[in-house]
Structures are given as C-alpha cells and as structure tokens.
Ligand binder design. Structure first.
Ligand code: 0O2
Length: 199
C-alpha cells in the first residue's frame, strides 16, 4: 500500500475546499450587508485524512482506491457550517442550491426529520463541474454541541452505566435543544419585526 488514496488529486481537492470556503465567506458578507447579521457562527473545512478514508472504505467493504475515495464515498472534501439561527441554515442551503456550477447530488434534512438518536443537521452533497463531490453539514450551534458530545460518547471506550438511559437522555437533550432553536428563531423574528431592517 503506497501513495495517497486520493492519487494525484490532492492539490485540486485543496483548491476546491478553498473555493467553497471563499464562497461561504462571500455569502456571509452579502447577508451581513443586508441584515446586519452574519448568518454563520463558524465554519470548518477539511479533506478527510488518509487514515479515516481508508478506514471508511474498509467499513463499507470498498477497495482502498481513488475511485472509492472520490466517487463511491462522497465526503472526502467536507465543510461544516454552524449557524446561530435555524433560518440561516436554510439560507446557506438555498445559496448552495443557487450556484450554477454546482449540482446537488443528495440532500438530507435531518432537522425536519431527525435521526432516531436525536441527531439533527442538514446534509448536502454537491458535485463540481469537474466531478468532485463536496459534503456540507449545515447546523445550528445547539445541534453542533449535541453532535460533538454524542460523537465523544460514541467513541468512548468502556462506557459504563445504563447505556439505554444514556441514549434516551441524549435524545431528550436533542429535543430540548431543538425546541430552544425554534424559540430563539422566534425571538429573532420578533426583534427584526420591531426594528425594521436593522437586524
Ligand atoms: P466523520 O468522521 O464525521 O466524517 P456516509 O456514512 O456518509 O457514507 P450516510 O449514512 O448517508 O453515509 O451519511 P449521513 O447519515 O448523512 O452522515 C454522514 C456524516 O454525518 C457522518 O460522517 C457524521 O459526521 C455525521 N453524522 C451522521 N449521523 C450522526 C450521528 O448520529 N451523530 C453524530 N455525532 N454525527 C453524525 P462519518 O463518515 O460517519 O464520520
């Protein structure tokens, strides 16, 4: 096993990641110029590490090849966009959908249809004109906090205690956070109405 699983595509992948990051920066500036508020709290971009990609190929029963890493698996290039408010998640979604050179390949609204464990996020896979896939995970700060904790617990070895109780408490937390997200959005809408276009 020698060389990168991505073959000689890494420089182009890095370029695409940077391009996506600058598009997000642009839409943040545009939205802030109109509303006075940045729709994105923070964002992270990454090329999936060699080791994680090889592990994902094995987990999915795929050969460890560039084709698997770039075509069968579609999150080699990934961005996580964390928004303060629910509506901002959909604003970013609409912006990505409106980009003429990007094709939406899959779209999963785990916000309106949460996973059974309580996971919420909006997942979008887009394809660039030259055939690279990019996965976007769009979520609120609350959803991000929950996912980080759940991820941490999931990979914690020798987790002691009542696993069923932990799972049901985690789900309850996800529901409480989701309800807080709706309340925060309502509050924001009320403030905007009270201030015209100032917010
Ligand atoms: P990593 O290391 O975070 O990238 P896929 O696994 O992508 O082929 P699927 O099932 O269509 O296929 O993906 P899905 O359900 O849209 O989720 C993909 C990614 O979302 C995961 O990537 C996680 O990052 C995140 N995710 C999905 N479900 C959960 C969850 O229940 N908890 C948390 N914390 N994150 C979740 P990877 O590849 O699993 O891992």
């Amino acid at each position: 096993m020698s060389g990168s699983i991505y073959g000689n595509n890494l420089p182009r992948m890095q370029e695409i990641l940077e391009d996506m990051q600058s598009r997000i920066a642009k839409v943040r500036q545009q939205a802030a110029a109109v509303t006075g508020m940045d729709p994105v709290e923070h964002s992270l971009g990454r090329i999936k590490s060699e080791e994680s990609m090889r592990e994902k190929c094995r987990r999915k029963g795929l050969p460890e090849t560039a084709d698997s890493a770039l075509s069968e698996i579609r999150d080699a290039i990934g961005l996580r966009i964390v928004c303060a408010f629910l509506n901002d998640v959909y604003l970013i979604r609409d912006y990505l959908a409106s980009e003429p050179d990007l094709t939406i390949v899959t779209e999963k609204d785990y916000i309106r249809h949460a996973k059974p464990n309580g996971y919420r996020s909006y997942h979008l896979v887009v394809k660039t004109a030259d055939g690279f896939y990019v996965e976007f995970q769009l979520r609120t700060i609350s959803m991000d906090t929950w996912a980080a904790l759940e991820h941490h617990l999931k990979y914690k070895k020798n987790l002691q205690g009542n696993i069923d109780l932990i799972a049901s408490e985690l789900k309850r937390c996800a529901e409480e956070l989701a309800s807080t997200d709706v309340s925060m959005q309502t509050l924001r809408d009320m403030i905007i109405e009270g201030n015209g276009a100032d917010l």
